[in-house]
Write a protein that binds this ligand. Structure first.
Ligand SMILES: C[S@@+](CC[C@H](N)C(=O)[O-])C[C@H]1O[C@@H](n2cnc3c(N)ncnc32)[C@H](O)[C@@H]1O
Length: 489
């Protein structure tokens, strides 16, 4: 359907889009909110109104955002002939009986132009629909570790959006997908954006990359936990969260030592188990350190309603669909469904695992945060015995701030609470006693933890043994969360 042009022709095509203002920031302004056309949002009249004036940008938007055909005569008025020819030659436009129609949606994102299916593919229930860059792709891209990677795998590449981003810091990228249409889109998008280091392969899970190893694996797999198998982009044929479990179990074989896998997923909480137990079993024995950041938790009823609304537009079958979903969950003892990000790092030795609910995700790129969290854990596992922790010189991170809330009392301000906060990364915070806050102020990297604790025991007029064990426990927590960093003694 989509055909490659020469490098030079694709470069000219991209320049035409840029010159027309078909770029992310401008579209947000031009369309008001840059929403995709959606029957659920009922925003088509507004988008049509916004693109009514016969300009080049509006012609492009009507084709590649709204999926509206235009007559050849209309197009000739606003779109230069050589631009039209490029669009027709690469198959992004199709001519039929005097009408020109777009064959794919085009989304500008992060400096790339990405072709994918129009949202109406959901309206038509097309199982092989190729998903456009969406909030989940963007979320994973923000967490991606952007240090040099000799080889990166993007498993379940879809439009190829994560591969395009990864190509900026990887020598080579392998993009794989079970859906042959996705493979074609990803290959087209690599060429369209002039990225030559992406190899696109078709196949199930890791099958296309047997015997290969990567420094980084990114995956935004079809993780919906439903009885449906309607769409390849979100449904899979395994029981509950079986596909994500399988990817976690198999990934280490495809990672270089020190390599990371970052995967978005959902997992079920089943009959009376704490949420951590099921995902801990996935990670157990993988030979990887792991950090699981749990996000949203939904009960099965709310989850079913949400997924039915997202994947079906016709409301006629809502009641039977809902019953089917709820029977599926009930039969399997599902009490809740969680979503989150799993980060694994292959490492020989005794592995650690941190499973936690994280506060609101901060803005910006978070790859460095992932690396510093792994570094803090490594450090803590080296400082497990008290003697080694007492010997290091701790200091508060430059991102730590003390916040004091006061109340009026007896004609003065009296401290009601003291909170240590992080102003960068996840917004972790910790309530402190005033004396402990004083102790932390003395942790400035000039003395060892042992010396600082001895001095503090004198100031606090408390037994050294008690102060030492409490301070060391707190320091471990502060190092773990990034409030405190240490230098060798
Ligand atoms: C949620 S989409 C993500 C697409 C893209 N990576 C993104 O982030 O926008 C999941 C992708 O996984 C693909 N997929 C589904 N089952 C797969 C399997 N067993 N092996 C490999 N890819 C699969 C789907 O075709 C789809 O393109």
């Amino acid at each position: 359907m989509l055909a490659p042009l020469s490098k030079e022709e694709f470069r000219r095509l991209l320049t035409c889009f840029e010159d027309a203002g078909y770029v992310e920031a401008n579209l947000r302004k031009h369309l008001g909110a840059a929403e995709l056309p959606s029957r659920q949002l009922r925003n088509e009249p507004r988008l049509l109104d916004r693109t009514a004036e016969p300009t080049l940008l509006n012609a492009l938007l009507r084709w590649f955002w709204l999926g509206r055909p235009q007559t050849e005569a209309q197009a000739a008025d606003s779109v230069p002939a050589d631009f039209r020819a490029l669009l027709l030659n690469c198959g992004l436009l199709r001519a039929d009986a005097g009408t020109l129609s777009a064959t794919a949606m085009l989304l500008p994102w992060d400096g790339f132009l990405v072709a994918a299916d129009f949202p109406r593919a959901i309206e038509r229930a097309e199982p092989e629909m190729v998903l456009w860059p969406n909030p989940t792709s963007k979320f994973l891209a923000r967490f991606a570790i952007r240090r040099h990677s000799r080889a990166t795998l993007d498993l379940g590449t879809g439009s190829g959006i994560l591969s395009l981003g990864a190509a900026r810091f990887s020598d080579t990228v392998v993009a794989t997908d079970l859906n042959q249409r996705a493979v074609s889109f990803a290959a087209f998008n690599a060429k369209l954006n002039g990225v030559e280091s992406i190899e696109v392969l078709a196949g199930d899970c890791f099958a296309p990359v047997v015997n290969r190893r990567f420094d980084l694996i990114l995956s935004n797999p079809p993780f919906f936990i439903t009885p449906q198998q309607g769409y390849m982009f979100c449904d899979n044929s395994m029981e509950l969260d079986g596909l994500c479990r399988r990817l976690v179990k198999e990934a280490p074989e495809y990672l270089n030592e020190g390599g990371y896998m970052q995967m978005l997923c959902e997992w079920a909480q089943v009959s009376g188990q704490p949420w951590e137990e099921r995902i801990a079993e996935w990670l157990d024995g993988t030979g990887c350190d792991a950090w699981v950041m749990k996000g949203l938790t939904q009960d099965p009823a709310e989850y079913a309603q949400h997924r039915i609304r997202e994947t079906t537009l016709d409301t006629a079958d809502d009641a039977s669909l809902y019953r089917g979903y709820m029977t599926y969950y009930r039969d399997r003892g599902v009490e809740a469904i969680h979503d989150g990000l799993v980060v694994m790092r292959r490492r020989a030795g005794t592995n650690w695992m941190q499973l936690e609910e994280v506060p609101k995700t901060p803005n910006g790129d978070l790859g460095e945060l992932v690396l510093s969290t792994f570094a803090a854990h490594d450090l803590l596992s080296q400082l497990q015995d008290d003697e080694s922790l007492l010997a290091v010189r701790p200091r508060l991170s430059g991102h730590a701030r003390l916040e004091q809330v006061c109340e009026q009392s007896g004609g003065r301000w009296a401290a009601e609470s003291i909170t240590l906060r992080l102003i960068s990364g996840f917004p972790f915070h910790l309530a402190l006693q005033p004396l402990v806050a004083e102790f932390l102020a003395t942790c400035d990297g000039t003395r060892t933890a042992g010396q600082a604790i001895e001095e503090f025991a004198v100031v606090a007029n408390a037994p050294l043994d008690t102060v030492r064990s409490e301070c060391l426990a707190m320091m471990r927590k502060l190092i773990d969360r990034g409030f405190m960093v240490v230098a060798p003694g």
